[in-house]
Ligand binder design. Structure first.
Ligand SMILES: Nc1ncnc2c1ncn2[C@@H]1O[C@H](COP(=O)(O)OP(=O)(O)OP(=O)(O)O)[C@@H](O)[C@H]1O
Ligand SMILES: [Mg+2]
Length: 243
């Protein structure tokens, strides 16, 4: 079953603005891990916003074509319903951090989904352990480093347990230890059947991907299984994508 689909998706941030996404069509099946690789400005974050419904529910702009989550157009799914199906770890973790302590921050999203208090506590302790942030649970998230904030933002989304997760450069600020930890979290999610869209400008998450798309200037210029895409080294080099 296709659980996430884009059909002829085009987007620009306003009338008369340059097109940022151009005729993007693809399908991701349940439990698949898709790596979307592209250089700065290629449209990765914009595509992530479209996939999780931030566009068009929150950011308007000019969107053509459609995104389907479990077969339904995101335009027709209210944002609160979308967020329980598809989670996004934003590129800028500051936007995702809202409460005075890490623990409160993790609890906040769950409280908004009316989850019982006991279950909230169990879930956030499990997720903090998984991501490796138990030791900073009483800290003010605003005082954490960029990488620590990224881990908190990631834990917030994991705690909600969505069936699809979009990671927008979630590995970019992490050291080697934290990167390995998050990659192993992604591998566990895969075993659990969570569908993952992992957006990056490098191949850090390579171990996890089943399929890879290369995004350039808002278009998918190469797509296929991991092995197929990586095989064409000359093509990747020509497009300034380095392994
Ligand atoms: N809020 C905005 N208003 C107008 N144009 C925007 C806005 N956000 C992004 N853009 C434009 O859209 C294009 C794609 O930006 P986007 O942030 O999606 O790229 P990206 O691949 O995520 O880049 P990076 O690797 O730097 O995160 C850029 O050329 C940028 O100028
Ligand atoms: Mg981006």
């Amino acid at each position: 079953m296709e659980c996430l689909q884009a059909e002829h998706l085009c987007y620009s941030y306003g009338v008369g603005n340059k097109p940022v996404l151009k005729d993007i069509t693809f399908k991701v099946s349940e439990g698949e891990a898709l790596g979307i690789i592209g250089l700065n400005g290629s449209g990765k974050t914009t595509l992530s916003y479209c996939l999780c419904g931030i566009i068009p529910h929150y950011l308007k702009g000019v969107m053509e074509g459609r995104v389907l989550v479990s077969g339904k157009d995101t335009r027709e799914i209210p944002l609160y319903q979308l967020t329980s199906k598809i989670g996004i770890v934003l590129q800028d973790p500051n936007v995702q951090i809202l409460m005075p302590t890490v623990e409160d921050d993790l609890a906040f999203a769950l409280e908004n989904h009316n989850i019982p208090r006991k279950e909230i506590r169990e879930r956030i302790y499990e997720v903090m352990e998984l991501v490796g942030i138990t030791g900073i649970r009483d800290e003010n998230p605003n005082n954490l480093s960029g990488g620590e904030k990224q881990l908190v933002a990631l834990a917030t989304v994991l705690a909600l347990n969505p069936s699809i997760i979009v990671f927008d450069e979630s590995l970019s600020m992490l050291d080697e230890l934290a990167t390995d930890r998050i990659i192993s979290v992604m591998q566990k999610l895969k075993q659990k059947g969570t569908t993952q869209i992992i957006v990056d400008h490098t191949f850090k998450g390579l171990k996890v991907y089943d399929k890879i798309f290369i995004l350039e200037k808002g278009q998918i210029i190469c797509r296929g299984s991991k092995d197929r895409v990586l095989e064409d080294k000359d093509f990747l080099r020509e497009h300034k994508i380095f392994l």
